[in-house]
Design a protein around this ligand. Structure first.
Ligand code: BGC
Length: 744
């Protein structure tokens, strides 16, 4: 950008920091006005008056779509992209140039207070959905900010704590989803997180912000700090950060002083300036004529469609769907629980949106039945006074005479929020007590849940059905009513495992760490990878969700090409209602030289079918998705071998499987004295030579039995040569020749 070279350096420095809470600094010399960057992710939070970044002060009305926990349960990238487009339209209309989302952090523990803002415990699902979001928003000419980069998997001490993660786990679990989004959806900006990663602040982490993000993944946009994440702007700019938010004049002065002292050079400042300028100019061009108008009704309708697909039917003994004809008289159906009237529909903190409208389930149930339904709140949503005088008793009395009770339970805003983690997975005690007392007088109870992250469901077997509503955005109420009455056939799937006990969670022992850091001790075994490896019972497995119809799987075919693996399976709707099935493909390798989870999600696709209809569903798994991160080679490696692809309706409801042989792309490793006999024997040609040498020196070798062969296999050549009395120098020659033949 030739323009930038003639610009005063002070102007360039000014663009590396915001001008206030939500605006970049205007650069009149470059004819670049201030641009608004604001939250996100599931709605536009443009504050008109007093500003803060934790959702305290009101913002202008915008559609509140389901937060990521809800969007993720749809397992529907096309729908998420549509939501993204609507968010892009609203951003543009409201003059917002960069919408701060999506959040692509992995749900390492269900206790993380901010899980509602993240998609999943799985990087494949996270990467696919976050990419769809980015594509949708950016299709409207406004930017996204992929956050919080990286390894920000808890809120406890989030601005200081070091996430201590081994190299392979970082790559395969915590960075993989981010990498997918950067490479396939090209977000205009990436937001670095507050925390340290293996001791180094993300905002000052050259490896993260430059080597991985730019050099490996080809990121071309700018890196913005999380709000207040920069300690030292000079160090951050040097590491690869481009824009510090919000404004920090002291840091700007420090850059000027560092420049004068030769501690930072002009090209480093120029680089950041050019990156920020390029993106903000594009964003400004899109939003400069913002008129505040968007189709409020259409977006509300889309929020409702998204909510419909986000709802997960966890269990059902056949009581659902309800039939309005069964509830003719006023007393036959009772609704209990304040959440039916006062929905919990989004998370607390910086993502809090001021909705254009808010529909509740109680009104929607009235509408479906065409009359009022008796209601008792049972508890309040006021954290200071959760049980209002007499409310519990009133609800139990109502339950006693009802034919069926719809009991709305969940977590309040105070239970889960940005800024702190939960300490328990239990529902609030007063709600569990209410459930017990209602069940004591009426066995016909359907529980409807509102929560941003998993809760324990020890009562699931005692109630007739459990409907997991997560957080559904502003139109969740009617979506819930439609699912309960079968107007909508539920098709959501959990994007996180629901455990039986907190103690079963793979991260339990090390979450949330202490001042020495949070040690990601479970390594790769996050979420279902851990539960499956340890064969732990779970309440509801990753990928689970019921329907009012049934689906059969047949004719699985799995084929390979250089680009990857093609999976095809026929899905048939064997029930009597139209429905959507989410077909999931999990991959495992039969024998591996490295530690592996028993199975990993590598693809999924949905199909909507009328009763008796069948369709062939195809899933492509790119070869690179089958790679593991080799710590020996510091690169992705696809092992040669037999891979099993299992398809089904959840990670623990796999219906069909087939194997496919892959050649892999393992590096040829030079033979050395550290090579074991087993490894050497696997090298074509070399094994025979080796045995011949040993036989020569030792005067003949008998055929070892199986146990002996196993023992020998792990002996390095150096030791074997020592045992045999062979001259090591003579052996060096043999090794050198073998390596030369193999080109290493
Ligand atoms: C959050 C970010 C958010 C920013 C601006 C921070 O506290 O971690 O997600 O985008 O504030 O509100």
């Amino acid at each position: 950008m030739s323009e930038s070279t003639s610009l005063p350096i002070a102007a360039k420095i000014s663009l590396t920091g915001g001008s206030d809470f939500w605006h970049s600094t205007p650069v009149p010399e470059a004819d670049l006005p201030a641009v608004i960057l604001t939250d996100g992710p599931h709605g536009v939070r443009k504050q008109a008056g007093a500003t803060d970044h934790v959702g305290l002060n009101e913002s202008v009305p915008a559609t509140c779509f389901p937060p990521a926990v809800g969007l993720a349960s749809t397992w529907n990238p096309a729908l998420v992209e549509e939501v993204g487009r609507a968010l892009g339209i609203e951003s543009r209309a409201l003059g917002v140039g960069v919408l701060l989302g999506p959040g692509a952090n992995i749900k390492r523990s269900p206790l993380c207070g901010r899980n509602f803002e993240y998609f999943s415990e799985d990087p494949h699902l996270t990467g696919r959905l976050a990419s769809a979001y980015v594509r949708g928003v950016q299709s409207q000419g406004v930017g996204t900010s992929l956050k919080h980069f990286a390894a920000n998997n808890q809120e406890t001490d989030r601005m200081r704590r070091s996430s201590e993660v081994d190299e392979r786990t970082l790559r395969e679990i915590y960075l993989r989803g981010f990498g997918t989004v950067v490479r396939t959806a090209r977000p205009w900006t990436v937001m670095c997180s507050y925390n340290r990663i293996n001791g180094v602040l993300a905002s000052q982490n050259h490896w993260l912000l430059t080597e991985v993000l730019r050099d490996e993944w080809g990121f071309e946009g700018f890196v913005v700090s999380d709000w207040g994440a920069v300690r030292d702007r000079v160090a951050a700019l040097t590491a690869g950060l481009d824009l510090e938010m919000p404004a920090n004049k002291a840091h700007e002065d420090a850059v000027r002083r560092a420049l004068a002292a030769g501690e930072i050079d002009e090209p480093t400042i120029d680089r950041a300036y050019r990156r920020v300028e390029a993106v903000l100019r594009r964003a400004h061009d899109s939003v400069k004529d913002a008129d505040g108008r968007f189709d409020v009704d259409a977006h509300h309708g889309l929020a409702r469609r998204a909510a419909e697909q986000a709802i997960v039917l966890l269990s059902n003994d056949g009581v659902l769907p309800l039939d309005p004809a069964d509830f003719g008289d006023a007393g036959s159906l009772a609704v209990i629980g304040e959440f039916a009237r006062t929905p919990r529909y989004q998370g607390a903190g910086s993502s809090r949106v001021n909705p254009t409208r808010l529909d509740n389930a109680l009104d929607a149930l009235h509408a479906v039945l065409g009359r009022d339904v008796p209601f008792a709140p049972g508890f309040t949503t006021d954290p200071r006074n959760p049980v209002a005088e007499g409310a519990h008793e009133e609800a139990v009395t109502l339950a006693r005479t009802a034919g069926l009770v719809l009991l709305f339970l969940g977590l309040g805003e105070n239970h889960e929020s940005e800024g702190y983690d939960r300490t328990t997975l239990d529902l609030p005690a007063e709600q569990l007590a209410l459930l017990d007392d209602v069940l004591a007088v009426n066995p016909n109870v359907v529980v409807v849940l509102s929560n941003g992250s998993s809760v324990l469901l020890p009562f699931a077997d005692r109630v007739r059905a459990v409907v997991e509503g997560w957080l559904l955005g502003q139109a969740g109420g009617p979506a819930l009513a439609d699912v309960l009455f079968g107007v909508v056939n539920p098709s959501g799937r959990v994007a996180e495992t629901i455990p039986v006990r907190l103690e079963d969670c793979p991260s339990y022992l090390t979450f949330p760490g202490d001042a020495t850091g949070v040690h990601y001790g479970e390594g790769l075994f996050v979420g279902y990878r851990g539960y499956d490896a340890q064969q732990r019972e779970v309440a509801f497995p990753f990928g689970h969700g019921l329907s009012y119809t049934t689906f059969a799987y047949s004719d699985l075919s799995v084929g390979s090409a250089a680009s990857g693996v093609r999976v095809e399976v026929t899905v048939t709707n064997t029930g009597d209602r139209a429905g959507r099935e989410v077909v999931q493909a999990y991959v495992s390798i039969d024998r591996s030289s490295v530690v592996r989870a028993p199975r990993e999600l590598k693809g999924f696709a949905d199909v909507t079918l009328e009763p008796s209809d069948s369709r062939r569903v195809g899933i492509d798994i790119p070869m690179e998705d089958l790679a593991y991160w080799s710590v020996r080679d510091h690169r992705w490696v696809v092992e040669a071998g037999s891979y099993t692809v299992a398809v089904g309706a959840s990670s623990r409801d796999l219906r069909l499987s087939a194997a496919v042989e892959l050649a892999g792309d393992e590096p040829v490793r030079p033979i050395s004295l550290d090579t074991t006999i087993g490894e050497a024997m696997a090298v074509p040609g070399f094994g025979e030579q080796l045995m011949a040498r040993f036989a020569e020196t030792m005067g003949g070798l008998g055929e070892p039995d199986e146990d002996m062969a196993r023992m020998l296999a792990d002996i390095p050549l150096a030791a074997a040569i020592g045992f045999s009395g062979m001259d090591p120098e003579q052996f060096d020659e043999v090794i050198a020749r073998a390596n030369a033949v193999r080109g290493v």
